[in-house]
Design a protein around this ligand. Structure first.
Ligand code: GRF
Length: 212
């Protein structure tokens, strides 16, 4: 992943409240991440995260599931919007639909997802925290990975672990994991923006200095 000669232009995909989007925006505003969010895309018109973007005058695009029920057509609109925004990096921050190959292909090596488990455990589900709890896992956490056509199985960039406590509920475990997502996602975006991720096969190495 080469050095970039401009601030990394990010498109963020969301479906809901957008707390990961907010964590990223705040990290950028603090100066921790040399990037800018140039577009926020939602597949639901009522996604709370859209307000986070609008409050900052960041352009938004809604490919609503009701208005566009066919996933391929919806994602073609998303793809066109991301390309039109000249996006360097796409961040899936709580986007609740499986991405189809045309969209993944256009952003190969430059699309990140945050998942609320330590992958490959509890992948391919929208209920990873509940499944970790029901399974009896003692440790869980979050993973930021590159998106490939294999769902939740792309190269891992960062993981952060949390304990699963004996009195945990899905809500308490989810909240503990979410706090780590809010650290991991901006950190991974920072490494990408600084050109410090090297991919060998499916192993990601974090470099001290940017790739030349
Ligand atoms: C996060 O837990 C994310 O890992 C999962 O959906 C949740 C999105 O939360 N895929 P938010 O919209 O970022 O608050």
């Amino acid at each position: 992943m080469p050095v970039r000669h401009r601030r990394t232009r990010i498109g963020v995909l969301i479906s809901g409240r957008g707390s990961n989007l907010l964590a990223l925006l705040e990290a950028i505003e603090r100066g921790d991440v040399p990037a800018e969010v140039v577009l926020v895309v939602a597949n639901r018109a009522d996604a709370g995260g859209l307000e986070r973007a609008r409050a900052r005058a960041i352009p938004t695009f809604v490919a609503d599931r009701t208005a566009h029920p066919k996933r391929a057509e919806r994602q073609e609109l998303v793809r066109a919007a991301l390309l039109a925004a000249d996006t360097d990096l796409v961040v899936c921050a709580g986007f609740d639909e499986i991405l189809l190959p045309p969209l993944v292909a256009d952003f190969s090596g430059r699309m990140l997802n945050v998942h609320p488990s330590l992958l490959p455990a509890f992948g391919q589900t929208l209920h990873a925290q509940a499944e970790a709890l029901a399974y009896g896992a003692k440790i869980s956490g979050c993973t930021v990975h590159l998106v490939t056509d294999d769902l939740d199985a792309g190269p891992i960039v960062l993981q952060r672990a949390v304990p699963v406590l004996e009195n945990d509920t899905v809500e308490s475990l989810s909240a503990r994991i979410l706090a780590e997502e809010h650290l991991a996602l901006p950190a991974a975006v920072r490494l990408f923006a600084e050109g410090r991720l090297r991919l060998d096969g499916r192993r990601v190495t974090v470099l001290d200095a940017p790739v030349g």
